[in-house]
Write a protein that binds this ligand. Structure first.
Ligand code: IMP
Ligand code: MG
Length: 181
């Protein structure tokens, strides 16, 4: 589909599925190399947005790893509220673990900053951030983004797990808000 309509807005296709998968493969290859000699890293996927990315990335991993989920929320409509709500917390024992956070998108970075602090507090030995999408113009936090599969301009996007007010997550391609709509 070239265009989709969600609530009151129209979005047009910007990153097709095959391009998403190719970019994920590059990041997965790098993680396979970097974690070859690391004892069972723990991947923590940030719900809801990261479910498709997590699934496709893990299918490309050859290392032994554990997977867990956390649910955080900071977005309303097409913008960040600046406040991170914890909907489901950490269930795993983090102490001494090598953790890789899996995010759908890093925008202002408030979510990553909050989660990073939680993981530090819980005693993680090492924390790396892996995101499918990064908006470099919006991200101003000091925490390094270790793996970013795709860098995008500061536009609002949906699809491949990402939503506009809870709809649009199911599309396999990524769509950008059409400013003329
Ligand atoms: P941050 O805390 O501002 O970095 O934003 C992080 C969260 O906001 C992401 O995990 C997404 O769930 C959501 N988000 C940020 N940008 C977008 C977007 O363009 N479309 C849909 N959701 C977004
Ligand atoms: Mg997210």
């Amino acid at each position: 589909m070239e265009r989709i309509r969600l609530h009151d807005k129209t979005f047009k296709i910007c990153i097709p599925h095959d391009e998403i998968l190719k970019s994920i493969k590059v990041v997965a290859d790098q993680i396979n190399k970097d974690y070859k000699n690391v004892e069972t890293p723990l991947f923590i996927s940030v719900l809801n947005g990261s479910f498709m990315f997590t699934s496709d990335l893990l299918k490309c991993l050859e290392i032994q790893c554990e997977l867990s989920f956390i649910k955080l929320s900071s977005y309303e409509g097409t913008g960040s509220t600046g406040e991170v709500k914890k909907m489901i917390g950490l269930s795993q024992n983090i102490k001494g673990r090598s953790v890789v956070v899996l995010e759908d998108i890093v925008d202002t970075g408030v979510t990553i900053e909050c989660l990073y602090a939680m993981l530090k507090e819980a005693g993680a030995a090492d924390i790396k951030i892996c995101t499918l999408l990064l908006k470099p113009e919006a991200y101003k936090k000091p925490i390094p983004i270790d793996y970013a599969a795709i860098k995008i301009p500061n536009d609002f996007i949906v699809g491949y797990g990402l939503d506009y007010d809870e709809i649009g997550r199911q599309y396999k391609d990524i769509y950008v808000l059409d400013p003329d709509s």
